[in-house]
Ligand binder design. Structure first.
Ligand code: SF4
Length: 336
């Protein structure tokens, strides 16, 4: 039987203090709680958390969207045979003690919406979150369940390098706050990442396993202007070039470039793979366009090329048969 270990190891704190154990676009369960009135530990061990864990442990996956979750679709990552699960989680599942999950190992800092861009799929305007509020939430997170955290993902709500609070934390990184931390993952548009920024990161941080996800959604300047306004393509290329040097020197262990496929960019899918390979990165990841509430229904249907009802869907299907998509770097997350 297949299970998913993500809700046993992973959590994100969102801008409204909701706690989520998986990407909200991949399932319909919603948050497991909120830390405004309840401690993180109580949320982690709540009845609601137990209900969601049960649903990914009894083979039903009844809240998960088969066509949206790439792990369920590809049977990879946290989705695995129960025999392959870590012993501690396997024991809990066999005893049906879903609320008693051990302290989480993966933390997503998704509470700061500050970003230097206004991508249409995400927002209508440039957002700068209230610094004091962000600081307060971060302090609550650090005081909450940080003890066993081994992996921190910086991203998911805004851009880490645009956030004064997260940048300050990185530049003054104190390893004693997260004594078991071994891996830091940056999810970024890379516009504000440069050699200067890298040099400012303390050695104690740079010596951890460092990986990157770069959001691009384009393989040309013209398409980048549509999907990442007001980003600068030349600056992105320069920063990718520096990131490529870090990857080649093994200071960065993995770089994945992300491409949300839609009407205005699907023709660039093969070119994107070529671009990513040219920089020597590890993967070009393709996902469907979601509607996070920024598109009117009609506008979404006009952009969502993956929908069989889209007038250009046949052309999109033809692009998906391009030999470039068979190359090792191409990862068709939830497009398959
Ligand atoms: S199966 Fe997918 S959607 Fe469900 S909990 Fe796991 S990763 Fe999330």
């Amino acid at each position: 039987m297949k299970i998913c270990i993500k809700p046993y190891i992973d959590y994100a704190v969102l801008p409204n203090r909701d706690v989520s154990v998986c990407c909200s676009a991949w399932h319909e369960f919603g948050p497991i709680g909120n830390i405004a009135t309840t401690s993180l530990q109580s949320v982690w061990q709540s009845e609601r958390a137990a209900t969601f864990r049960e649903s990914v442990s009894d083979g039903s996956f009844r809240y998960c969207h088969q066509n949206a979750c790439p792990h369920l679709m590809n049977q990879d990552g946290p989705v695995m045979a129960i025999e392959e699960a870590p012993a501690e989680i396997r024991t809990l599942i066999q005893a049906q003690m879903y609320g008693q999950a051990p302290l989480p190992k993966n933390l997503h800092l998704a509470f700061d919406e500050t970003c230097n861009l206004r991508c249409p799929s995400c927002r209508h305007e440039i957002i700068a979150s209230d610094k004091h509020e962000v600081k307060d939430i971060f302090a609550e997170v650090r005081a909450g369940l940080s003890r066993d955290v081994e992996y921190i993902n910086l991203g998911g709500a805004g851009d880490v390098f645009a956030s004064p609070v997260l940048r300050d934390w990185l530049y003054n990184f104190d390893a004693s706050e997260f004594p078991h931390l071994r891996h830091v993952h940056f999810h970024t548009n890379l516009q504000l990442f440069s050699e200067k920024v890298w040099e400012r990161l303390p050695q104690s941080l740079r010596s951890l396993k460092v990986t990157f996800d770069v959001s691009m959604d384009a393989a040309s300047d013209a398409t980048y202007q549509l999907n990442r306004p007001p980003g600068n393509w030349q600056r992105l290329m320069k920063n990718l070039d520096f990131l490529s040097k870090l990857r080649q020197a093994d200071h960065v262990k993995d770089v994945c470039c992300n491409f949300v496929v839609q009407k205005n960019n699907y023709h660039e899918v093969p070119l994107f793979i070529q671009l990513v390979e040219g920089f020597g990165f590890d993967s070009a990841k393709f996902t469907k366009l979601d509607n996070w509430g920024t598109f009117e229904d009609e506008d979404y249907r006009r952009r969502a090329i993956h929908l069989p009802t889209h007038p250009e869907h046949q052309h999109y299907q033809a692009i998906l048969k391009d030999p470039a998509l068979k190359r090792p770097a191409a990862y068709l997350a939830n497009l398959a």
